[in-house]
Design a binder for this molecule. Sequence first.
Ligand SMILES: [Zn+2]
Length: 198
Amino acid sequence: MNGRAHALMGAITQAPVIALTGDIPTGIGLVLLATAAGLAPDLDHRGRTLPKKLLGPLGRPVSWLARAASSVAREATATGPDRSSWAWYQANRGIHPDHRALTHTTAAAIMAGVFTGVVALMLGWTPLAGLAVFMGWMSQVLSDGCTSMGVPLLWPLKVKGRRWYMVSFMRLRSGASSDWWVAWAWTGAFSALAVVLY
Ligand SMILES: [Zn+2]
């Protein structure tokens, strides 16, 4: 999915939160955090452009770290069926297997959210920061799950004997205009929820 669609989807997750709290200054901070979290999972892109666009000179080392962590997690937790499917995956699709791995899981979203929440509390800021990061992060994981490639949504839980089972809700082709259909449907849903909660 393209970066702008991911940024929009991350940002809009905070509309219902702002509607509930009515706190605009805090809300702006939460929107920024959720936007960043909506883009963060794609730092595992091997191509230089995306990590560089997001983080500038830090993009390459952070991207390398994300892929290294994915690789370690994959090696440590892959089951037999995973290994044969990862081999299939690499050989048949020519896509590096560390993209859409560790960073594209619910577990990663929870870890990022808890970490941010704890840091926010230590800094005397709202723990809603953790929720914002979790929601933004999940917006990318779930929307990538709408493509035919899918995401390992439930790692490290086993699905059909595999921990790296690629969950795919829809078979949309990534990068097509269908990205925007998903993004606008998501935006509409969260905007409606915000109106209801306001
Ligand atoms: Zn992604």
